[in-house]
Ligand binder design. Sequence first.
Ligand SMILES: *Cc1c(COP(=O)(O)O)cnc(C)c1O
Length: 383
Amino acid sequence: MEFGTKLIHGGISQDQTTGAVSVPIYQTSTFAQSTLGGSPAYEYSRTGNPTRLAVEKLIAELENGAAGYAFASGSAAIHTVFSLFSAGDHIVVGNDVYGGTFRLLNTVLKRQGLNFTAVDTRDLTTVASAITPKTKAIYLETPTNPLMHISDISALAKLAQQQNLLTIVDNTFASPYVQRPLDLGADIVLHSASKYLGGHSDLIAGLVVTKTEELGEKIGYLQNAIGGILAPQDSWLLQRGMKTLAVRMAAHQKNAQQIFEFLQQDSRISKIYYPGDPNGTDYQLAKRQMDGFGGMISFELTTDLSVKKFIESLKLITLAESLGSVESLIEVPAIMTHGSIPEKIRLANGISNRLIRLSVGIEQVTDLLGDLRTALNAAQNFY
Ligand SMILES: *Cc1c(COP(=O)(O)O)cnc(C)c1O
């Protein structure tokens, strides 16, 4: 089955008992058991729920993995994956990971005895030299948020295998339409499904897929033990959103490409970060590793333009955190999504106070270009 067909017919796409073409919302906490001491398919909804199972089977198929699990948020998914490790274990992590991940690792998991070394995962030598006898995994995002750095998943997974480490990829920015890390050798792929997978800014959810059944059983055990599960109504809404992932991603990518070309020819834009920039350092790798370049663009205005005035002059493009939705969203990472990262570390990683991140929506692109043009003019005339 092709990817776009899997989205509609993959996993459990119909109700077995009634034939309902939309999986019903099994809004129940428990399930009647027919015999004492039997092993029923469902017993309690934290452990398993048919609506959640449908979306879990679907994401496992989309990522070409053995098992999928759905969580109440991307953060809950990440926390559950890191619960594979024990006090004293060391993990090499990307130095440009999602701000909330940075916070979870540094203010929660460190206290519980895990150790981390943050490195630029684009540099294999640096990654290799960060590995210690206590290292258990390499954890990365590609493309990164918000600088769109691309790391070579195959090369990192090969290095990890040689040292008996797990490779864990946060695939939120690409979505499985654009990139499938398990095919490239990763062991675990995870998502904030609040972004492209849900796709409509109406849901918080997280997904995890493992390459092997064995790893899947471990994540399943932790999902039930920790309990950060996705509820039936949200599981249904997530699957409903995922059905259109292919058509949405094609539109996101087409619009992003045109906005990139528009920004590139405007002298008031001093920097652009976009995986599809042919002059970008990671372009060849992005072309090889991804099916398209995604819908995210970050950029900086020249210093004679007011960032505040630019953002506040936009009428269509909405100032908001989050990304991957049908409507275009814009934000300033330094004071929004990445505000929890200490300034010194943030600046050292290249996230300046003037950096703007745009999640390109699927509106008619001419309207988006018009909005950007008007706001640029307003920001220029401001001083
Ligand atoms: C949003 C996001 C997360 C966290 O997911 P939530 O659903 O908000 O908890 C993790 N990683 C990346 C890359 C994200 O963009």
